[in-house]
Design a protein around this ligand. Structure first.
Ligand SMILES: [Zn+2]
Length: 351
């Protein structure tokens, strides 16, 4: 158990299993995501092996703290057979509704869960961990949803609880409502869940009129930009966090609220998410930063590498070293914009 010591510096958790896309074009997940951010951070000289931990695969017993045995059986069966009976596909949302069956269908989300739970253990006494492979915020106890199979965020928050933390905040800035996490803790007012997401977009939950105790939802219109975001953050979200007095905060930044993302119509720059992290970081002694959605690999890599820079106090450079340019030049993106990417995707970190 690693809970006894306060982390002296931020740690980065990575997963080799996430170095393969889980789908083929035109599925939005036919891109690399978190490993690109890791590679970019390493190329910038911001990340060494000493700062990294490997995400372990969560045990079956750990997954059953949130997920049903029958659902986990179906996930494992689908990984082995690369198929499922039609009735089970429909029942569990596996292999339907854009939740693709792939060769690591059970292991990969189980590793994400293990990583987020490890992050909770590492930060139990205080500290900061970044785990960009984590953030599968839509997964439900007995159903895959929104490309998410195992809800590592829920399991990480539950891990914090099992280690004795009671007042916790979850902040979800992904373009889609953090429905799975909200549902898991909606009846626990000590766990404040906050979600900012595009109004009317799938899964269409998280309307502002939801008034459950410990749940704050901010549906925002298409075109929502940095000025609107900064105002919402400082006028409402930060005061709500301060009032809640959390012992620990889990932040799911996503990268699909960025203007460059193809899946939503919000218009943030990566600088808005970096400022948000810088503002949230000092609010409590324990912080886990996950990844979440984000379907433009150039935007994901640049945004999430920058999050690590914020956590570790690195200035964001205006010109990138050759090794970082090489990482960006090596990105593959199947959409039309990916065939002729704008120069800023290839040469800059900040939007
Ligand atoms: Zn999303």
């Amino acid at each position: 158990m690693t809970r006894s010591a306060i982390l002296p510096a931020p740690l980065f958790i990575s997963s080799a299993l996430h170095r393969q896309p889980v789908a083929t074009p035109p599925h939005p997940l036919a891109v690399l995501r978190a490993p690109l951010a890791e590679d970019l951070a390493r190329a910038l000289g911001w990340l060494t092996d000493q700062q990294c931990r490997a995400a372990p695969q969560a045990t079956r017993a750990a997954l059953e703290r949130f997920h049903s045995p029958a659902y986990l059986d179906a996930l494992a069966q689908a990984e082995t057979l690369q198929d499922l009976p039609t009735a089970d596909k429909r029942l569990f949302g596996i292999g339907v509704e854009s939740n693709p069956i792939h060769p690591a269908l059970y292991r990969r989300p189980a590793v994400a869960a293990g990583g987020t739970m490890l992050a909770a253990e590492l930060t139990a006494a205080g500290g900061v961990v970044f785990f960009p492979c984590g953030g599968n915020h839509h997964a439900m106890p007995a159903r895959a949803s929104g490309f998410c199979f195992i809800n590592d965020a829920v399991l990480g928050l539950m891990r914090w609880q099992s280690l004795g933390l009671t007042r916790i905040a979850y902040v979800d800035l992904d373009a889609h409502h953090g429905d799975g996490v909200e549902a898991a803790f909606a009846h626990q007012p000590n766990i404040l869940t906050i979600s900012v997401h595009e109004a009317g977009r799938w899964p269409r939950t998280g309307v502002a009129s939801d008034t459950a105790q410990g749940v704050l939802n901010f549906p925002v219109p298409a075109g929502f930009d940095d000025a609107g975001f900064d105002h919402l953050l400082h006028a409402t979200i930060i005061p709500a966090l301060i009032a809640h007095q959390p012992e620990a905060i889990m932040l799911l930044p996503g990268a699909d609220a960025l203007a460059d993302d193809p899946m939503a119509r919000l218009s943030l720059t990566n600088r808005a998410l970096w400022r948000a992290l810088a503002s949230i970081r000092p609010l409590c002694p324990r912080l886990i930063v996950l990844g979440g959605g984000g379907y433009n690999p150039y935007a994901v890599a640049r945004c999430w590498a920058g999050l690590w820079a914020i956590l570790t106090g690195q200035p964001i450079p205006t010109t990138l070293p050759g090794a970082a340019l090489d990482v960006l030049a090596g990105i593959r993106y199947f959409r039309a914009e990916g065939r002729n990417p704008p120069p800023r995707w290839l040469t800059t970190l900040a939007d």
